[in-house]
Design a protein around this ligand. Structure first.
Ligand code: CDP
Length: 224
């Protein structure tokens, strides 16, 4: 099915974009719960493709092979960071250094992006809305989303947050997220970018609850 044929439901969409470790996947499910919508972490969709490529020994130097794999792969994002794939519930497996290294390659592949965007739009359409976090939700997936948030934070703080649930050093994590931000911002297809009408929130030094409250307040004002 072509992208154009999937009608988008945008009135009930909160798009939360931003670079790695800016707080999207922590804040987004909490926002979703408060506003009564479901949450989709689109980063996990790209991560499960990278995981699947490694698992199925797909030739990762062959963009067409990765694209075909993305068309065929069956998985279900369950919320709370869990993805069901091939009878397994994947969580930490999607955040290994190997997957994090490959995910930027996979996510820069245009065929992969078109297929994931198609699935994200269907996901929203079948629920009548949702809170989606990613890199391109406000710019490419739902450019008419009712509320667009762009989260940022200092690289140092982002690396420290990530190091709390990782065995890697803060320096190694900082290098990985800086590398991914660069690739994500410079790729041709749907790059990481703040939509002109997105509200930027700098989460450096803010508590999770403060960020959630700010987003929920902005949503409430739009819905009075
Ligand atoms: O959680 P973290 O910020 O480390 O990354 P993620 O949200 O799990 O996304 C992993 C990777 O998927 C990113 O570095 C991007 O390359 C890609 N991604 C994307 O291209 N578009 C999205 N909407 C979401 C993720």
């Amino acid at each position: 099915m072509s992208l154009a044929r999937v009608k988008t439901v945008t009135s009930n969409v909160i798009a939360i974009d931003g670079p790695a470790g800016s707080g999207k996947s922590t804040v987004s499910p909490l926002v979703a719960e408060k506003v009564g919508l479901e949450h989709l972490d689109t980063g996990l969709m790209y991560r499960v493709i990278a995981y699947g490529c490694l698992d199925q020994q797909i030739e990762t130097n062959d963009p067409a092979a990765i694209g075909r794999f993305a068309d065929e792969i069956e998985f279900e994002a369950m919320g709370n960071g869990v993805v069901e794939y091939e009878g397994q519930s994947l969580t930490s497996e999607l955040r290994t250094p190997e997957v994090s290294k490959l995910v930027s390659v996979v996510a820069a592949n245009e065929d992969v992006r078109n297929e994931m965007v198609r699935r994200q739009r269907i996901w929203v359409q079948s629920r009548g809305g949702g809170v989606l976090d990613g890199r391109d939700i406000g710019t490419a997936v739902f450019p008419d989303a009712k509320l667009k948030i762009f989260l940022i934070a200092d690289l140092d703080e982002r690396a420290k947050r990530r190091s709390q649930d990782s065995a890697e050093s803060v320096e190694a994590i900082a290098a990985d997220i800086a590398r991914r931000d660069k690739v994500d911002s410079e790729r041709e297809s749907m790059p990481l970018r703040k939509a002109p009408d997105a509200i930027e929130i700098d989460t450096t030094g803010l508590a999770i609850d403060e960020v959630v409250a700010e987003i929920v307040e902005k949503w409430s004002k739009l819905n009075v």
